[in-house]
Design a protein around this ligand. Structure first.
Ligand SMILES: NC(=O)c1ccc[n+]([C@@H]2O[C@H](COP(=O)([O-])OP(=O)(O)OC[C@H]3O[C@@H](n4cnc5c(N)ncnc54)[C@H](O)[C@@H]3O)[C@@H](O)[C@H]2O)c1
Ligand SMILES: [Zn+2]
Ligand SMILES: [Zn+2]
Length: 351
């Protein structure tokens, strides 16, 4: 095994470099080392690059979405063994603190979003995963890396958004943004039995993609259609029972609370790069419930079962596949949505 590996390193605002790094080793008995079999790029990686994630550290390898093979484990690791195929969790969590015990793993006192943010992540060849028993989920033999790669971040994020929205059977749910996280949000919302999932985006191609895959029932492009009228038409004039904001665009926060019915729930998953204003004087009396969050990815075993059972299929989200050698090109097509790009799968480095 070569002592060096290639990876995408964050060197401060606007500065990503594809460069050589040392292969990681076990530093704590609860660590595992995973050889990356497949990784991906998340919109949150751009937020780090743009200097909009205060907790991010410089000189860190980016990437928090991956699956691969365990090659070494520390003495205290119980569940995971070398040779097993695993999918990683974006969150690092101890499993023992107050927050972990309540499922609030994003706020674990010794973790949270660490991989590819504060410690080296997965847009490389090998990753050290702390608290490996919590941070890795075994992959059933029937599934490929393509089936499970979204379980690291965007699937639990979509599920989290749907959970926060407290969807009840028969509800009308608006999902703002039909990007990759919007799509996993719709798939997750479906599990809770709404009557209508309304997908909203300014890119027609993305709306068609979500509709074609059966993730939504109604599509709305607010540039050419009247979102408010369409939602009121579906709800006897009330407004949406819940709104999940996964667009993070200009004005989408305002749309989110405006399109919700009185006493509705607004679930905010988008990561904003700027402050949003909460005009309480305008929304007075509407009695809305706002919930926000960085994903508490604490249901990955359940999500793996749902994938295994065919109840969730994220595979169509992978529109492009390329080796790690070409990852900077992957960043470009993913960011600019070139060539219909929804999500890029990165395969191992080719020497
Ligand atoms: N909370 C979390 O833990 C978590 C986890 C993962 C991602 N995220 C965030 O979720 C967000 C979405 O991620 P993504 O990968 O799907 O991003 P994306 O940029 O691919 O998708 C956003 C979509 O919103 C659409 N949009 C933009 N402005 C709009 C407008 N005015 N009206 C309607 N649609 C509009 C865009 O066309 C795009 O398709 C990002 O901010 C990302 O950082 C949060
Ligand atoms: Zn992510
Ligand atoms: Zn904890």
């Amino acid at each position: 095994m070569s002592e060096k590996m290639m990876g995408v390193v964050y060197h401060g605002k606007g500065d990503l470099r594809f460069e050589e790094r040392d292969i990681p080793t076990i530093l704590d008995p609860r660590d595992a080392i995973v050889r990356v079999g497949m990784s991906s790029i998340c919109t949150s990686d751009f937020h780090i690059r743009n200097g909009a994630v205060p907790r991010a550290k410089e000189n860190v390898i980016l990437g928090h979405e991956f699956a691969g093979e365990v090659i070494a484990v520390g003495d205290a690791v119980k569940k995971i063994q070398p040779g097993q195929r695993v999918a990683a969790n974006v969150e690092t969590f101890c499993g023992e603190c107050y927050f972990c015990k309540h499922g609030f793993v994003n706020n674990c006192v010794s973790g949270g979003w660490e991989l590819g943010c504060r410690i080296d992540g997965c847009q490389t060849e090998y990753v050290r995963v702390p608290y490996a028993d919590n941070g890795l989920t075994l992959i059933p033999d029937s599934l490929d890396y393509e089936d499970v790669i979204m379980i690291s971040c965007i699937l639990p994020s979509g599920y989290f958004g749907a959970e926060l929205a407290e969807i009840k059977p028969g509800d009308v749910v608006v999902v703002l943004g039909a990007g990759p996280v919007g799509c996993t949000t719709m798939m997750s919302a479906r599990l809770f039995g709404p009557a209508f999932i309304v997908a909203v985006d300014v890119i027609d191609e993305r709306l068609e993609f979500a509709k074609k895959n059966g993730w939504c029932d109604v599509t709305v492009n607010p540039k050419t259609q009247d979102l408010d009228a369409i939602v009121k038409g579906l709800t006897d004039g009330r407004g949406a029972d819940s709104v999940i904001e996964v667009a993070g665009g200009h004005g989408t926060f305002d749309t989110a609370w405006q399109v919700a019915r009185p006493n509705g729930i607004v679930s905010l998953i988008a990561m904003y790069e700027e402050a949003q204003s909460l005009p309480l004087h305008q929304m007075y009396g509407k009695n809305l419930i706002f919930k926000t969050g960085g994903v508490d990815a604490s249901h990955n075993d359940t999500l793996m079962k749902l994938i295994e059972g065919g109840k969730i299929n994220c595979r169509p989200l992978i529109t492009h596949t390329m080796p790690l050698n070409d990852i900077m090109h992957g960043y470009e097509i993913f960011e600019k949505h070139l060539d219909g790009c929804v999500k890029v799968a990165i395969t191992p480095y080719e020497r």
